[in-house]
Design a protein around this ligand. Sequence first.
Ligand SMILES: Cc1cc2nc3c(=O)[nH]c(=O)nc-3n(C[C@H](O)[C@H](O)[C@H](O)COP(=O)(O)OP(=O)(O)OC[C@H]3O[C@@H](n4cnc5c(N)ncnc54)[C@H](O)[C@@H]3O)c2cc1C
Length: 492
Amino acid sequence: MARGYGLVRKPSIFKKLETVVGKGYVISHPDDLLVFEYDGSIDKAVPQAVVFPVSMEEVRRVVAVAQEFDVAVVGRGSGTGLSGGAIASAGGLQVALTRMNRILEMDVENRLAVVEPGVINLQLDEAARKHGLRYAPDPSSQRACSIGGNVAENAGGPHCLAYGVTSNHVLGLEVALEDGSVTWLGGRTRETVGYDLRGVFVGSEGTFGIATKAVVRLLAAPPSIKTYMAVFRDIESACEAVSSVIGKGMVPAAMEMIDALTIKAVQNLHDMGLPKDAGCVLLVEVEGLREEVEEMGGEVEGVLRKSGSREVRWAESAAERERLWRARKGALGALGSLAPNYYLVDGVAPRTKLASVLRQVSEISERYKTPIANVFHAGDGNLHPCILFDEREAGSVERVIEVGGEILKVCVEAGGSLSGEHGIGLEKKAYMPLVFSEEDMSVMRLVREGFSPSGRFNPGKIFPGGPMDGDDIDVRAMQKRAVSVAGPGAHV
Ligand SMILES: Cc1cc2nc3c(=O)[nH]c(=O)nc-3n(C[C@H](O)[C@H](O)[C@H](O)COP(=O)(O)OP(=O)(O)OC[C@H]3O[C@@H](n4cnc5c(N)ncnc54)[C@H](O)[C@@H]3O)c2cc1C
């Protein structure tokens, strides 16, 4: 039987929460809550309260209060997620982890760090760089996103082609469970015995519990780096070049694709050195010892040229390299120069099928008369078609969701999958049956029940309906009604 959670009906819950985190760290006024109705996706729902704990002990006690009052709990890092994961679609509490932002330990000898979940990805990397180390997973949102959110989504990033996504870099996790208990999954070494529960938690999208600490691996920062920009006449030839490089046994640190529409968006804002007349640009980075970089760089360059690149150049200075990466990592934000909104689809296609999948994406774009920009981690076969639209136009949101669904089906038909790195969340749960049978999903639900028997952590995410998924409640309508009954100053 499907069960609903969540409506914070009793005012006494606010008092209890305030005794745990202190006055001022529980917000429940509708005006204040509006800021928390979003993440980076297009779904929206206003939570009923947001709580800001500052320690594991406070998280543990907040979760226990949620259990006592039988309300849903949604963890929230920086709210940059692109699948609606941090949206409180079933009402209840959002637990915002922004105050838990300390790097607790930098163990240089053992090349690891112990961090709180609200630490920002780039801050961790910058702290590691001071010791000649690095934190490798680097989502394009790394200036904003949190390590807790990265763990929950198993985030990727440009340099994950060579080094693997977040799950490869998390050694241990301290986790608050629904009964208010706290447990460690994994530890400080890569080798552990028994079930790999750390591995299961990474990518669980906030449905198992709240991560309150993470032990992460740090890698040696590379002594030498060379960043190439290869210019192609179209995206298809660039995709073929990616396959050729990897087919020859070379794995550069990163291979990132920026199509013509995205180049236009970036250059509209600032001159970032991208050629305006290019059909597509491929950024390729090789790193390692100086001799290795020169050798592999030369080989990569040769393959790019043979694959039809009209021009291959490389950054001559650190500043130039930084500018190229700023262009890539700021590309999604730059799309705002083309349209008020974009809906980013996160699909995966086998690398060798990228060209044909992108051809179909372009056909879908023409069929729906909707522009689609592409900027993505090509080396991983991770594609991110960004459907441009204006949400003020009637029916536009429904249209882009339909377009997104068609693109995901194309990915799955090509032998790919529903998400490369942003998770399923709210956005893609309807498509789960495209890749998983009922039996597959019931095994996943069993794992979820093992961690959270009540299913109160992030209900309504990942699974398309059924027990433990929570009812999607029209929280905003309920709040409007409550305010109209209790008066405009009321807390609901
Ligand atoms: C411009 C832009 C570029 C992006 N580029 C990339 C990219 O290159 N690669 C990539 O992988 N993603 C990318 N993303 C998506 C997003 O940044 C990542 O998914 C990121 O990991 C989300 O982190 P967050 O802190 O914002 O999490 P949120 O959005 O706040 O939450 C995401 C999920 O994590 C859960 N959660 C958060 N903290 C915890 C915790 N402590 N314990 C348990 N669950 C928790 C939430 O409940 C939710 O389900 C991009 C987003 C934007 C806007």
